[in-house]
Ligand binder design. Structure first.
Ligand code: SAH
Ligand code: SF4
Ligand code: F3S
Length: 465
């Protein structure tokens, strides 16, 4: 039945309704939004980028920092009036709040915004068709569905459709690490790894439809340990090896990893798995052991440095990115300097950095010695300036080099294509659309702070990677 319904969508039968999905937060939410769209397609919903044209508006939300969570309410404030204008035109617009704010705040969302029809958590969105049907039938007001159900979401979802050349694939969900600043263990629940056979099946389906690069996702992806068909547990390194065997998988990546789960086996895989790209996002958060302990990070600055050395030993051209938090409660000037020192010693190709945001219900929220906002802002701007310099200088190192680029989409200018280098640079070059989904050598002629631009080159010129 499931296959039949998806088949209907694939043969392009007319769709009468439109869904607008706005995604906040991390790549797991991007993946979940794609899956929600696939789930709604058999009900006749085509995806639209225009909220005014939608019959169903889904906000797939993020709770990680206060700003992210509050953004949802301000966006709802702007979007909800569409209900009134649609009603005047004889249409009904339904609102769904999904994702981590839905999970964390549940009924509170309805209290603040009674116009919301459905609140659905990240582990229950596979029930959306049933929740929508219920809302239609009873003309009922809100349904709140935020449990962690016994049935597995992944077993209930339809097969994948229309991936791009680079596709996300969730392999692990949830987190058991409980860093003291973080909401994820509460919003996404306990760690769960999908069985190897399921992941391989989804990967094969993506590749059949043209995906060439797979990015494996998990909140703590390198803690992956899924059963193989013989019931043996295999690690992320083992899973990567399985996926690299699939014909048509050219590139593999994974995110986000925890430094304490970078096993020797996984580090080795960076050296000997050709498809595994030389780029790794490895959040460190701070360079101060005192702060790392208070964060319950389970790694030290030195163990992080040792992991980086081992990774670069296995794969000398590995580019690293990371996440940083400044102004964690009790962070002193010398703790902050230790972070700057770690940045200096490591050299990052890219990074995300944030002011500490107090999240209700997390242990750090009630710590004394909260750092004043202006001080957080001062530290953040110093850190970001240094990280931006490192990123730009990393990019400049590629000037005149020829790099292999997997073209993923059209660029902004007519005739321009956009894709990624092995080191995750965004790369633009002029080229024919027929090159989308292919790997092409590009000679880099410009290296900006955020990406590279170049021109198509001969296949014989391509650099390693
Ligand atoms: N699982 C990943 C990332 C989770 S969230 C990990 O283990 O690192 C992404 C990033 O958001 C984190 O790495 C952290 O830098 C940041 N973050 C999480 N909670 C935060 C908070 N309360 N305040 C500021 N930044 C936060
Ligand atoms: Fe959050 Fe820490 Fe888990 Fe990452 S490892 S998701 S930061 S609790
Ligand atoms: Fe945000 Fe949830 Fe991802 S809180 S970062 S959307 S796991």
């Amino acid at each position: 039945m499931k296959a039949l319904l998806t088949g209907r969508q694939e043969t392009g039968s007319p769709t009468s309704r439109r869904v607008y999905i706005r995604t906040y937060g991390c790549q797991m939410n991007v993946y979940d939004s794609e899956r929600m769209a696939e789930l709604l397609a058999p009900l006749g919903y085509a995806r639209t980028e225009v909220p005014e044209a939608a019959d169903l508006i889904v906000l797939n939300t993020c709770h990680i920092r206060e700003k992210a969570a509050e953004k949802v309410y301000s966006d709802l404030g702007r979007l909800v009036p569409l209900q009134t204008s649609a009603r005047r035109a004889g249409r009904r617009v339904r609102f769904v709040v999904a994702g981590c704010v839905a999970q964390a705040e549940g009924a509170e969302i309805r209290r603040r915004r009674p116009e919301v029809d459905i609140v659905v958590g990240p582990q229950t969105y596979h029930r959306l068709p049933e929740l929508l049907a219920r809302a239609d039938r009873a003309n009922a007001k809100a349904t709140i569905c935020t449990d962690f159900p016994a049935e597995r979401k992944f077993d209930e979802l339809p097969s994948r459709s229309h991936p791009g050349p680079a596709a996300f694939l969730s392999v692990q969900e949830g987190c058991d690490r409980f860093c003291t600043f973080c909401v994820v263990p509460y919003t996404r629940g306990a760690e769960y790894s999908r069985p190897v056979a399921d992941v391989v099946r989804e990967a094969e389906s993506l590749v059949r439809q043209g995906a060439r690069e797979l990015c494996l996702l998990g909140q703590n992806v390198n803690a992956y340990h899924g059963p193989d068909p013989n019931g043996r547990e295999i690690s992320l390194a083992g899973l990567l090896r399985e996926l690299a065997r699939i014909d048509g998988v050219w590139r593999l990546r994974y995110t986000t990893s925890h430094p304490a789960n970078m096993t020797e086996e996984l580090i080795r895989a960076h050296g000997d798995l050709e498809a595994l790209m030389p780029y790794l996002h490895l959040p460190v958060q701070s360079g101060s052991d005192r702060v790392l302990r208070a964060m319950n990070r389970a790694h030290t600055a030195e163990s992080f440095r040792a992991t980086v050395r081992a990774l670069r030993g296995a794969r000398p051209d590995l580019a690293l990115s990371s996440d940083f938090i400044v102004g964690f409660p009790g962070e002193t000037e010398s703790d902050f300097e230790a972070t700057l020192q770690l940045v200096e010693d490591t050299g990052f190709a890219a990074a995300y950095s944030f002011r500490y945001s107090r999240r209700p219900g997390t242990p750090a929220a009630v710590l004394t010695h909260q750092v004043p906002e202006p001080e957080k802002a001062r530290r953040l701007s110093i850190l970001q300036a240094r990280l931006a310099e490192q990123q730009h200088s990393f990019n400049r190192g590629f000037l005149n080099a020829t790099v292999p680029v997997l073209f993923e989409r059209r660029g902004r200018r007519p005739g321009q294509l956009a894709g990624r280098s092995p080191w995750m640079h965004a790369v633009h070059a002029d080229g024919d659309e027929a090159l989308l989904g292919t790997l092409q050598p590009v000679r880099v002629t410009r290296a900006g702070p955020h990406g590279l631009a170049g021109e198509l080159a001969n296949h014989s010129e391509v650099a390693a990677g």
